[in-house]
Design a protein around this ligand. Sequence first.
Ligand code: PLP
Length: 374
Amino acid sequence: MEFSRKATVLEAQGHHIIRLGVGEPDFGPPQAFVDALKATLDSPAKAYTNALGLEALREKIAGFYKRMHDLDVLASQIAVTSGASAALLLACAALVDEGDEVLIGDPSYPCNREFMQSMGANVKLIPTNPASNYQLSLEMVEKNWGENTKGILIATPSNPTGTSIEFAELKAICDFAKSKGGFRIIDEIYLNLADYDENGHPAKSILEHDDGAIVINSFSKFFGMTGYRLGWCIAPLELVPYIEKLSQNYYICASTPVQIAALECFSDAAIKECEGRREILLKRREFVLKRLEEIGLAVPVKPNGAFYVYIDVSSTGMNGMEFCEAALVKAHVSLTPGDDFGVSDTKKYVRLSYASSMEELEEGLNRLENWLNK
Ligand SMILES: Cc1ncc(COP(=O)(O)O)c(C=O)c1O
C-alpha cells in the first residue's frame, strides 16, 4: 500500500507507472453480476439480510462446491461475509482466546496474523523454504506444536508466493492438528485460480478430507470482485451460531444489493467466464516466468496458482525493499517487497502480481530489463 501511494504521487507528476504490486485481478466481475447489480436499483429499498447471508446465496455457494469439487456442503454451514477478510476475522474471534498460540507459515498474507493477534493470540511464524513450496510441512507443524498451540492457519495457494501445499501434506497436517484438538483454518481464496490436475480436475478443497476444517473463500479473486466486499466461510455446524452472533454484532450483514447480484455469479455462463480467466492468468504466468528467466531474476519455486510470482532478487546486490524502491523510481514499475509478508528470509524477495493485462506485463518487464541492464 505504501508503494501504491508512492506510485500515485509519481502518476500525479505525469509518469506512467506499471502497477504490478497490488493483488487485484484486472478483469472485473462477471457481466451477469454487473447487470444484476444495476437491476437491484429498480427497487432501491434494501433491508439487512440475515447475518449469515441470503439463504439463496448460501445455497448457490453450496452448489458451487458440488460443481467445482463434487463436495456436499450444507448451506447451513456457510456464512456470507464482507470479503474473506471478515470471514477470517469471524473465524479468529470464534476460535481464539487471549494467550492461545497459532501456527502460521512465513512468508504469508500479513493480515492473517494481524487478525489472530487482534484476538490476543500469540502467532508463531514458522520459517518455510523453497523445499516446502514456502508452505508449512507436517514436520514443521509437529516440531512447533506446543502446550498452548490451539490451531493452524494456512493459505493455499499462498499470497505472496502463488505456491500450494501438496494435498497429501495438507491432509497430514490437518490430521495431526485434529489429533491435538486444534483448529484448522484453511484460506482457499485462491483455490479456484490454482492449476487443474492432469485429469483436468480443479485443485482440491480441504473439505474433501477434513469436514471439521474452517474454510475461507471470497468473491474477490476468482470472481474479480475485490471492491464489492463479499466472501464466505464454511464451518462445522456447531460453530455456526457463534459466527452468526459475531457477524450480527460486528457488521450486521454483508451488503444486501451485492449479495442479491452475486446470485448471478453462479450461472453456467458466469462460472465459465471466470474459469476462462484462470486460463488467461496461466498464460500470463508463463510469459512472466519466461521473461524473468531471460532477465536473470530467479524464481526458486514456480507458482501453481493465484497470480503472484515470488522473486529472489539477491543476484542484483539489492534487497527486496531496495529493489522495489529503485524499480519504482527508476523503471516506474511498482512491486511489493518480501518484507511485507514475514520476518525470516523475506528480505531478499519481491512479489510481482501478474493480474494485469499482457500489454502492461510486457511493458513492465521490458522496463525492469532495461533498468537492470544499465
Ligand atoms: C490469502 C488472502 N486471504 C484473504 C485476503 C482478503 O481478501 P478479501 O478481499 O476477500 O477480503 C487476501 C487478499 O489479498 C489474501 O491474499
